[in-house]
Design a protein around this ligand. Structure first.
Ligand SMILES: Nc1ncnc2c1ncn2[C@@H]1O[C@H](COP(=O)(O)OP(=O)(O)OP(=O)(O)O)[C@@H](O)[C@H]1O
Length: 473
């Protein structure tokens, strides 16, 4: 506690005098005591607005920034102010957007009042540790169909760069369904429309790598400062950080700091937040706070649309090649796994046809793509379904097939029966035999039960969707 007498002796300093005087000197000392990087990141951007009645007030760019400085540098700052004749009891931090600077010194003024955009769109992002963007992954080259229309619409909204309406945008779906494509498209579009924004796209793996590197090089403050200075953060394949405790922790803090500043976050994963094993509950619930959108497996129309678009591209490259009617339709029917496989098939087909100098007919397609077509023919088996369901509900495979009637086992068993009926060509008696020799009426009862429950239990419906996706690849 400070006595009232001592308090009275304190100088009331007008902010206009301060920078050249006490604060200026205190700052010079702080440069020595906290180290250059920390100084540039955390001390230099502080603006002293008043020093009176034992309280030093600073303007800061964000709430997080103020909290961080308060927690980590309060004692240093008070010590140096006291050394230079202005002891204070308390530091206060107020967020003022107009006067604020980011840790890296760039302006945080609202976009409309910022100086003209730099000549090169990406130059505002030059210091960011992001992954390169694939120039082909734009909105123009993204074919929209029923399975991805919601994800596409949400991505478009974010790409407009307007006020943040949902945070984060969480895109999820199986392998090769266009998550990365949409994220790159958002980044391209933002760079074109709002070049002043700092947009950072990287994979969760790169995030972890940067974090570990920063820890190793004792540059963690720089790391924090950098990640908190972006306007839009996009992290691809976030499931990668599951089970990696310190990375999750840092991700959580970065996430909160950016949401706190009303900065847009876009995340992708191969499954819904609640389904990512070993991801901390607090992160799951944070990820569920915004808009969670599912990219569904492609349907025939979407696959055909994508093939037509890619074929058009190849036609330009191989001008003298002929493509027979029905080939694209045949591929859209037969290759149902994912878009990457579909694209690979078409690339190979055009390359092969151009080498042998022949028209792309159905016959040539079947020859050239025999292995891909065989792999796509792969049928799901009852045993695979049982394994996946047991794994998902955390029950033993032997219990799933065995006689136990506990509800925690009986329900997953009925789910497995339902999926076996839906996804395999097996008859009810055949399925019954694979479920420990059960009668076909038991299987029928199980299938009906699940059909009934699906209508009212949305969690169950989601589980089934996800299991189907996992099983069908
Ligand atoms: N709707 C679409 N229109 C055009 N191309 C698409 C579409 N969906 C996916 N693709 C293409 O399919 C390929 C795989 O897509 P992408 O890499 O975005 O998948 P992903 O969902 O991120 O997969 P992963 O989980 O493996 O990272 C890319 O070449 C992409 O351009």
């Amino acid at each position: 506690m400070v006595s009232p007498q001592r308090r009275q002796k304190r100088t009331v300093v007008d902010k206009n005098e301060m920078p050249n005087d006490t604060w200026g000197k205190a700052r010079d000392e702080l440069r020595q005591t906290v180290g250059k990087n920390n100084f540039v990141t955390w001390i230099e951007p502080l603006k002293l607005s008043s020093l009176a009645n034992g309280v030093a007030r600073f303007e800061v760019p964000t709430t997080f920034f103020g909290d961080w400085v308060s927690r980590n540098y309060s004692d240093h700052i008070r010590h140096q102010l006291a050394n230079h004749g202005s002891p204070v009891d308390r530091l206060e931090f107020a967020v003022t957007r107009n006067a604020a600077t980011r840790p890296n010194g760039t302006s945080l003024e609202p976009a409309e009042t910022r100086p003209a955009a730099p000549a090169r769109a990406a130059s505002n992002n030059d210091d960011l540790p992001g992954a390169p963007l694939d120039a082909r992954f734009t909105f123009d080259s993204f074919v929209v169909g029923k399975p991805n229309e919601l994800a596409h619409a949400a991505a478009r909204r974010v790409a407009e760069g307007g006020p943040v309406t949902f945070n984060p945008l969480f895109l999820y779906g199986g392998v090769g369904l266009g998550k990365t494509h949409l994220m790159h498209a958002i980044a391209h579009e933002l760079q074109a429309r709002r070049p002043e924004l700092r947009v950072l796209y990287l994979s969760a793996e790169q995030f972890m790598y940067r974090f570990v590197q920063a820890l190793r090089d004792r540059q963690i403050m720089d790391f924090k400062g950098l990640f908190r200075s972006v306007d839009v953060l996009m992290v691809d394949d976030v499931q990668f950080i599951a089970g990696k405790d310190s990375t999750q922790d840092e991700f959580f803090h970065t996430f909160n700091a950016l949401v706190d500043q009303n900065k847009q976050i876009v995340i992708s994963a191969d499954r819904a937040p609640g389904e990512i094993k070993d991801l901390e509950e607090r992160i799951k619930s944070r990820l569920q706070c915004g808009l969670v959108v599912d990219l569904h497996p492609t349907d025939y129309e979407l696959r055909l649309g994508i093939l037509q678009q890619k074929a058009e591209f190849y036609r330009q490259q191989y001008r003298d090649l002929k493509l027979a009617d029905g080939v694209l339709e045949f591929l859209a029917h037969r290759i149902t796994t994912n878009v990457r496989v579909l694209e690979g098939a078409l690339t190979r087909l055009f390359a092969f046809a151009s080498l042998v100098g022949r028209e792309i007919t159905l016959e040539l397609t079947q020859d050239c793509l025999a292995d891909i077509l065989r792999a796509s023919d792969r049928k799901v088996t009852v045993e695979e379904i049982q394994r996946k369901v047991a794994e998902h509900y955390n029950v033993r495979l032997s219990d799933l097939i065995g006689p136990k009637r506990l509800r925690s086992i009986a329900r997953p068993r009925q789910i497995a029966m339902y999926l076996a009926k839906q996804l395999t060509p097996r008859s009810l008696p055949e399925i019954g035999r694979r479920f420990g020799g059960r009668d076909h009426t038991t299987i029928m009862h199980g299938v009906r039960k699940i059909e009934e429950l699906m209508a009212t239990d949305s969690q169950l419906a989601d589980d089934l969707q996800m299991l189907k996706r996992l099983l069908q690849g």
